[in-house]
Design a binder for this molecule. Sequence first.
Ligand code: ATP
Ligand code: MG
Ligand code: MG
Ligand code: MG
Length: 568
Amino acid sequence: MAHAVHAQRMSKLMLKTLRDDPADAETASHKLLVRAGYVRRSSAGVWTWLPLGKKVLENVSRVVREEMDAIGAQEVLLPALLPREPYEISGRWDEYGDLLFRLKDRKGADYLLGPTHEEIFTQTVKDQCTSYKDLPVILYQIQTKYRDEARPRSGVLRGREFQMKDSYSFDTTDEGLAESYRLHREAYQRIFARLGMDYRIVSAVSGAMGGSASEEFLAPAAAGEDTFVDCPQCDYAANTEAYTITVPPVEGESHGPVEELDTPDTPTIETLAEHLGVPASATLKNLLVKVDGEITAVGVPGDREVDLGKLAEHLAPATVELVTAEDFADRPDLVRGYVGPQGLAGTAFRYLADPRVAPGTSWITGANKQDTHARNVVCGRDFEVDQYLDVTVVEPGDPCPRCGAGIELDRAIEIGHIFQLGRKYADAFQLDVLGQNGKPVRVTMGSYGIGVSRAVAALAEQTHDESGLCWPREIAPADVHVVAAGKALQTELALEVGDKLAAAGVRTLVDDRAGVSPGVKFTDAELIGVPTILVVGRGAKDGLVELKDRKTGEREELTVDAALARLT
Ligand code: ATP
Ligand code: MG
Ligand code: MG
Ligand code: MG
């Protein structure tokens, strides 16, 4: 015999709502998810998902899973505990630096907790696929990821342990990769639409993943840590990290290599200018600075000239050497991954005293090539903040690279990211399959992520109001929240209605708690944010209940039967 279906009784639910915001919480999602009893902090950036939270998390996972399955992706589950070797092969054991959680086993062998799994998926496909007939293949998993984030804040928006859907495509041709990418892009559009997310697709830089084409799915929200450029005139939209424009050259003097300037004392604007043979007020271009043999800064023309005074201050008391931009040719590491179509794109430098310079902020970069200004370097990611001088922020009104109109800037949360990786990992792991002509073909890859736990917080950010959470139906922990506002009569009717709804397949929560006032129950219902609230109150004796829409606040009194008919 099948189990009778009952509504979830709040008297039995492990749920403790809080009246006050957690002391350390700054964002609405952090405050509300904690107060409404969805999550609890375990340690910095590590969270426990309580019963209601787990339901929402599962709902997001289910939507993601359904849409991934619909494009023919196959679900797998790879380990999160990974050996060092594959990350050594890809170079990311070093590249990731402090972001990686590293550990040793009892024999002293190095392990890591997976931050993303390109390496392991590449190895898996190398092991499983041998012929072009085995491809294309798309694999995905929904898994716990680990990143030792520098600033794990904003609750589950940026965790050090978090849930990600990561998928990987494997094709033999560039056209195949383009198709796998398109399939993902469209699946993501369906996923975020179903989740009820307000989102934008923007151009992105590929960062630590390597590879070429890349777009981000951003959820506009004030709490977001990304800023994106939005053109009001055309459809151009880009993360500021990827905003690149070309501006006309500006007049200025170019300065060639000069011999080493050894400065036992703090160099001043005068000593530097004298050394260069220019007036202290000079506008310099293509000025490269070496501090103790390390290239650290470039001068740029026009309004972005090097301020010699600040430069001198910054470099003291180092050995300073000034050389030309040609030196960049040997230093691709200075522009990590940002070699644009016009050549080297630039490096960041505005004096760090600028209070706006914070890790994770995007800055305009200076030109080290005539006619080129690129704006895609992130301090703290690409450079150490206190190593660089003089950067200008991307500002509203800067030109759109497509149509020239003044751009707008908006804050957003990165909820998804899709990459055409190309052959970077396939080359590193020598991933070939036998081609049609019997010769080996190098495989080309894509990688695609969705922040599943972050999506929960992003939706909370976008949909909450002053009373609490306000979930889109598809991911809400229940469809209907029945509030028994009264005595035994009301509680009995509430449970009866709740069980009828549940039996009809409506996910129902019934607040049947004894000794809790109707006022507290209403407040909790608003806080928890189930889309429909059904109040069993005074009208109960006449068979009347009230339906309330959590989002619009619209109320309607109707008979129990009419309410049931409406909701089932
Ligand atoms: P961010 O720029 O916010 O640090 P990312 O670019 O490093 O994110 P990706 O490597 O692109 O992240 O990972 C894919 C997705 O995983 C992201 O789009 C985001 O939704 C999610 N994600 C990344 N880092 C975190 C985190 N610390 N906590 C929760 N979700 C995360
Ligand atoms: Mg990151
Ligand atoms: Mg990012
Ligand atoms: Mg990303």
